[in-house]
Each structure stands twice: as structure tokens, then as C-alpha cells.
Ligand binder design. Structure first.
Ligand SMILES: NC(=O)c1ccc[n+]([C@@H]2O[C@H](COP(=O)([O-])OP(=O)(O)OC[C@H]3O[C@@H](n4cnc5c(N)ncnc54)[C@H](OP(=O)(O)O)[C@@H]3O)[C@@H](O)[C@H]2O)c1
Length: 241
């Protein structure tokens, strides 16, 4: 079992009201980590907080990661606790469904995809780093990407380009953070049984899809086992690790 996470650690997990983010939060909370989550739908977020807080300390702040004031509020909540050990950029959008081919991808959809999937994580990382660099304990930034950022699946050009951009920013950031206690992990969770997958591929057989709870456990193992300042993991290979 991993020992990296300790009671008193503080984490921010974006998109914690359902799917993978909620399961990551559940795992962190069970290890005593004070976990801050968000989501745009306040009612869904409150329901998730009510469920998760039976396992430990969690704070929900409703808002859109692309809204800079909201992003500041997430990091400010960690600052109030005096530390930030883990930032998980998990919230993400497909833009439009059915997924448009590149020749049908509107500028506004492309803008929205990059605002949520690339610019918001960059902004959150910039703010988080001010707090993470202050401490001497190792801190970790996790960016959730996708095989669509590597493989050329038809229809996934906008989303895939955003995940590829997030991966490259992660690599550059890790190079810049050498000699600091901050590490960067890129995690590709694989196909999971979540709302996002249902939106993208409504006719997929759910029995072929992974439970996001398995992916969340694998992610925490990957963070605990990190040896280098930058790593990329496929969580499917780590399930049941
Ligand atoms: N599911 C898969 O098969 C799969 C495969 C590869 C990669 N991934 C990646 O895994 C991550 C989690 O995906 P998931 O499948 O768990 O998605 P999901 O079930 O759709 O959950 C997404 C979460 O993010 C929140 N969210 C979405 N847009 C947001 C925004 N602009 N600001 C704040 N919160 C926002 C949602 O709440 P609100 O809607 O209320 O805001 C929800 O809590 C994503 O990065 C995704 O790209 C998923």
C-alpha cells in the first residue's frame, strides 16, 4: 500500500462531483487528505460532498475552472490550510457532441475545449506552484490526459489536440521544476464508465469500460511510486497494482 499520502495533506481535485474526480477524492479522503473539489453544477457538487464527507474532510467550491476567480478560490482554500500537496487537473470537456470532425469544428467549440482543458490547468498550476514551492515536502501536479492526445481518432481532433497540449506543457513544466520538490505526473486513465464516455460514445458496452474507482486507486499508487520529476502513466496498466 502507498504511504505517500498522510493525514493533514491538502489536495485540490477539479471536477470532483462525479466520475474519476469523485473517486480520486474518495481515495484521498480515506487517507486523511483534506480534499477540495469543484464542478459547475452546485447541486451535483453538494450531493457529492455529502456523500464523500462520511469518509473524511472535503470542501466543495462550485464553479467553472475556466473562470479565473474560481480558480483562485480553489487555491486560496488550500492556502488557508497552509499547504498544497497535490493538484489534480481532472475537469475536462469534449466541447461538442457528437464529436465534430476537424472540418466541422467551430472556432467557439475549439476555444471552449482549450479554455477548459489547457488554459485553466495552466492557470491553476501557476497559482498552485506559489504554494507548493513554499514547502519542503514533495508536492505533485497530476494532469489527466487521454490516449486521444496521442492516437489520431477521427472526431477527436479538438479534444485530442487539447490533451496533447496539456501533456507537452506538463513535460516542459517538469523540466523547469528540476531542483524543486514539485513533480509532474501525466495520467491517461483509459476508457471508463463515466458520463463523459457516455456523451462521447453512447452505444459503448459499459461492461467493456473500467470502473473509475479502479482508475483512482491506480492513480494514487502511481503518485506514491513516482521516482522522476516527470512521469507519464497509463492507469489501465496499473489497475489492481
Ligand atoms: N471517461 C473516459 O473514458 C476517459 C478517457 C480518457 C480520459 N478521460 C479524462 O478523465 C478525466 C475525468 O473524466 P470523467 O470521464 O470522469 O468525466 P465526467 O464523468 O464527465 O466528470 C467530469 C467532472 O468534471 C466537472 N467539470 C466539467 N467541466 C468543468 C468545468 N469547466 N469546470 C469545473 N468542473 C468541470 C464535471 O462537473 P460539472 O459538469 O457539474 O461541471 C464533473 O464533476 C477528464 O480529464 C477526461 O478527459 C476520461
Amino acid at each position: 500500500m502507498d504511504t505517500w499520502f498522510e493525514a493533514g495533506h491538502v489536495a485540490v481535485v477539479t471536477g470532483g462531483s462525479r466520475g474519476l474526480g469523485k473517486e480520486i477524492a474518495r481515495e484521498l479522503i480515506s487517507r486523511g487528505v483534506y480534499t477540495i473539489i469543484d464542478g459547475r453544477d452546485a447541486a451535483a457538487l453538494n450531493a457529492a460532498v455529502a456523500e464523500l464527507q462520511t469518509g473524511g474532510a472535503v470542501l466543495g467550491i462550485a464553479g467553472d475552472v475556466a473562470d479565473k476567480e474560481h480558480a483562485h478560490a480553489l487555491i486560496a482554500a488550500a492556502r488557508e490550510r497552509g499547504r498544497l500537496d497535490l493538484l489534480v487537473n481532472n475537469a475536462s470537456t469534449l466541447g461538442a457532441v457528437p464529436l465534430p470532425r476537424i472540418d466541422e469544428l467551430s472556432e467557439s467549440t475549439f476555444d471552449e475545449i482549450f479554455s477548459v482543458n489547457v488554459f485553466a490547468p495552466i492557470h491553476l498550476m501557476q497559482h498552485a506552484l506559489q504554494l507548493m514551492r513554499r514547502g519542503h515536502d514533495p508536492a505533485t501536479i497530476v494532469n489527466i490526459t487521454s490516449d486521444a492526445g496521442v492516437e489520431p481518432y477521427a472526431g477527436w481532433g479538438g479534444y485530442g489536440a487539447s490533451k496533447a497540449a496539456l501533456e507537452h506543457v506538463s513535460r516542459v513544466l517538469a523540466a523547469e521544476l528540476q531542483d524543486t520538490p514539485v513533480r509532474v505526473l501525466v495520467a491517461d486513465p483509459g476508457d471508463m464508465n463515466t458520463q463523459m464516455h457516455r456523451d462521447a460514445i453512447p452505444d459503448a458496452d459499459p461492461s467493456d469500460l473500467r470502473d473509475p474507482a479502479d482508475s483512482a486507486r491506480a492513480l494514487l499508487v502511481a503518485v506514491a511510486r513516482m521516482k522522476a520529476p516527470f512521469e507519464r502513466v497509463r492507469l489501465a496498466g496499473l489497475v489492481n497494482a
